[in-house]
Structures are given as C-alpha cells and as structure tokens.
Design a protein around this ligand. Sequence first.
Ligand SMILES: Nc1ncnc2c1ncn2[C@@H]1O[C@H](COP(=O)(O)OP(=O)(O)O)[C@@H](O)[C@H]1O
Ligand SMILES: [Mg+2]
Length: 225
Amino acid sequence: MTGTKSQIQLTHVTKAYGSHVVLSECNLSIWGGEFVVVIGRSGSGKSTLLNLIGGLDRPTNGEITILENSLTDISEDELSKLRCRNLGFVFQFFNLIPTLTVAENIRLPMALNNPKTEHTERVTNLLNELGLPDCGHRFPEELSGGEQQRVAIARALAHKPDIVLADEPTGNLDLDTAKEVLDLLTQTCRRYNATLIMATHSQEVIGSADRVLTIRSSHLEETAP
Ligand SMILES: Nc1ncnc2c1ncn2[C@@H]1O[C@H](COP(=O)(O)OP(=O)(O)O)[C@@H](O)[C@H]1O
Ligand SMILES: [Mg+2]
C-alpha cells in the first residue's frame, strides 16, 4: 500500500505485564516499503513491539492501526485473516513445521488463503529465488540452520505480504551465514516492496536500514541509520 497514509500507526501505545511496563506511550508511523530496524538490549521490549504490530498480542493502552484496520476494534477472526493475508513472520528459531516438507512449509500460508490451488510454480520459484533449488522434498531437520532460515523467509514471503516482521532472524546462526540470510531477507523484501521490521543486534543491518528505532527505558527513540 502506498500513499500519504501510514501503513502502521501506533498511538500512545503502552504494554505492561502486571506492574511491569515494557512499552510506555509509544508513537510510531511506518510507511509502505520501509525497512525499519528495532534495537535495544535484551529484555527491552523488541519482541513485545513486533508482537503488538503483528497482532500476536494486544496493547494495554493506546491504539494500533495496520493497513487501515484498527486492531482495537477488530475481532479475533478478522485479525487472524489480516495476519494470514497481509503479514509474514520470521523468527529466531525458524519455527518450521517438522512433519511437513520444505515445499509444504512454504505452501502453507498460500494454502491458508487459497486452499484450492496447488501453488506448485510459486513454491518452485521461491525455492530457486532463495537458493534452495532441490530442497522441496526434504524435511526441515535435514537442512542446516541457514537453509532452514531461508525456507522460513520463503514461507514468510510466499503470499506476498505487505509487512514482514523478523524477530532476531539471525540470532541462531554463525556470522557468515547470518550475513547471507540477512542479505537475502532484505533484498527479497525490497524486491517485493514489502515493509520490513526487524529486531536485530547486527551493526551491519543497522547501516542498511531506512530507519533505526531504539527501545530504551520503555520508550521508542529514533536515530539516524
Ligand atoms: N508474556 C509475558 N509475560 C510477562 N512478562 C513478559 C512476557 N513477555 C515478555 N515479558 C517481559 O517483557 C520484557 C520485554 O521482553 P521482550 O519483548 O521479549 O524483550 P526483547 O525482545 O527486547 O529481548 C522482559 O522483561 C520480559 O521478561
Ligand atoms: Mg526478543
């Protein structure tokens, strides 16, 4: 989505777990196609912020609007449809389904949206695009960590989401593999014009982002990349 309206809008968002305030009165606007990096020390609230934006969790106070849908007003059913259609997730521990093949894992988000189609060509194209041409029939445990994360990236992008949320996607990979996976993720999102919001510790990623947000003492601060 392009235009003058922001794609993601947080207005006075607070998230507390009991008396522990993780995010306090956060305001944020993100436009379509932006690459935004979220940094902050461990426990600062990076995952909390991504989970709120992804509708996996709800704020204690304040309003979140995603693609012109207010997450406050939306039902669980509508929220789940929004996640399926418009969002893609990449996690630190890959979260592939071990009993499905690589091709079946990648097909899953498309099958949820459109169960009557096989999506075979799209899966093959994604496997090629992410450098995994002969891996479709294999199971996740037969792949290296870097390969599994590429499959997770293919799965996150399969249904051409507007927004991709990546929570420390290379936190579990060695440095060289991490660099490859990050390049692949950022380039693929740019190619699809998907908004990418990534929590990371990598200095290199920070340098290639459009915007850098730091969570400090439960507040969001924006600094130049
Ligand atoms: N479901 C939860 N219940 C209670 N506390 C939580 C929950 N999820 C996260 N927290 C707390 O919120 C804070 C921020 O966590 P998190 O967002 O995971 O940080 P980060 O991703 O930056 O490491 C931490 O202090 C964590 O313990
Ligand atoms: Mg985290």
